[in-house]
Design a protein around this ligand. Sequence first.
Ligand code: AMP
Length: 658
Amino acid sequence: MSPDDRLAGASRATLVLDEAAGGELVTGAVRDVSASAFFLSVEQPPAVGIEGRFELSNASGIVLETGAFRIVLSQPGVGVGVEILHLSADSFRPPSVSLEPRALAAGAEAVRVPTLLHGKDLEDVFAIGIDLGTSNTCAAVDEDGTPRLLTTREGERMLPSILSLLDDGQLVIGRAAARRAVLYPERTVYGSKRLLGRPYDPEVAREMQGHFAYPLVETKGQVFGAALGSRKLSMQEVARQLLAGVRASAESQLGRSVEYAVITVPAHFGESQRAAIRAAARGAGLTVLRLLAEPTAAAIAYGHERDERTRLVVFDLGGGTFDLTLLDVTRGRFEVVATGGDLFLGGLDLDDSLAGLLLERFERDLRVSLEPTPQQVARLREVAEKCKLDLSVQPKTSAQLSHFAEVEGRPVDLSLTITREELEGLAEPLLERMLTITSGVLDGQGVRPQDVDDVVLVGGMTRMPAVQARVEAYFGRRPNLRMHPDEAVALGAARAARAGRGHQLVDVLPLSIGVATRGRRFLRLLSRNTQVPVSREFVLPRSEGAPDEERVPLFQGERPDASANEYLGSLVVSGMPAGAPGGIALTLHLDAESVLSASAAMAEGGAPLTVSLDRQRSVEHVLAELGEYDGPSYEKPPVPPRSALARAFDRFRSLLGR
Ligand code: AMP
């Protein structure tokens, strides 16, 4: 991309005049921006010849470019002509800042280089697009400029993201696995994406167990997995099996080998989850060309051929997750402005609530108290989802389960009527949370609902009339229903997989990355919604007699208590010359897909140091060294909704003594 393209969206500039000219800060609106000059409107313009540093940003306040300038024209009351001497060159590295919040806030500055889809020349690579969804997985290909969906071996457009273990030890995926969910719920894994790549934590496991019929366990690498009989599978292995299945059916359908893919991920997936998807793909024989945020993929499918900027909101509510993304789209350029979401907000939660309600009614009507078996739980979930789908098109429906339970030795059917109103009552907390996240993302950017040009709905749950009504009420406009909610993401990924021809994608870091300091306080180093790629340098101060190895525990999230965020691992910096004074300059780099890397050097003299990532030491160990949390109090993250069904399930589990 040329600098001209990169700067097309610039609307404001900040000039920092050289010390000799008073070091003053001048800011104003810009026009006629090119890679060599721009015009800045200011009442009291600096004089011709003054030099300094500048920063160009877009309407959202996102910095597009930094560099050095010289004033070449000055008109009092009008503005100045500014000649660009260099663009964001290394010579304008940010000043070293110490790892203290005040200094960070004041000093950290980024070198941002919005990139094309791929750095390498991948014109000849053939790739497919894959939407690895919580409920369903979809693949698509774009061979001639029109993306189309690939079908599964069973000829369906969507592969249920489900895996089941057969008695003979074989694993099956997709529809065959889904069919086993009711009879063999404890051997059938669904919703695995919710825990993919997440570090295992016994407390979270206890909290989450009610959502899953199969036992959650810790697997190799201290991550979440499922215990199916005596076999333990990590969620990454489940993803690998699904991706291998998609790859095999794509190959047989296309009659050629498929080695590359663009795979979509929820926009707010953190580092560990992204790494898990990459590893799963590798294991399935696929090279990931790019991990693309699902809403960005939907925006690509939406397309935009006009030259003027469209401010787009992609509202993605699926089976397991909710994602809200604000993008600026201008002919072939997709720039993520901000994103937010919840990994535990989706259709499955509503299914659970409805299943719980059905169970309660059944118990009340028959004046019994059941300890539901896993099969009964699975049947309740299945019928609850069916009722939910019915209620998207009709005001009332009935839940029917023949021979649901034995009461006083006789088989009894479950037969209950559910209205749309009742379902909407259950959905209320989910709808509330969805809108809280939405306004959080918009407010964070100073964008009002009426500033949004179009709202695109994707994800199966957006078919629910109450979801559409809430979105319409919030934005004051009818949402755009033009796109197929289940297919848009895969189709967009397929478009992007066509070697990114003509697309420029600019993404943001979905969740802040920072370090845990004493008192377990989380100190942000790279803030969420920072455009990527980005590099930042920090100085770790070192005292006399410091150890010859420095450990930097990295976490990702937004909470002031580091332990409430996700532990990424500890950077271990070593190789400091014995007795050498001075701090360590640590550089964090995020590539265009928010993948983090780090390097280090002595702050003075620049002698390179060695950096490695340690994930062996457990997070408990790391936190213990930092002491108890002593920061300001804050609201604890909301616990995912616990339905009556989940509680019933816990009861059942405790009976079995698990
Ligand atoms: P996705 O993860 O995008 O595949 O979305 C799947 C979720 O959408 C599941 O929870 C489905 O139950 C839900 N869903 C699909 N169709 C409908 C519908 N017509 N009404 C309500 N929810 C739906």
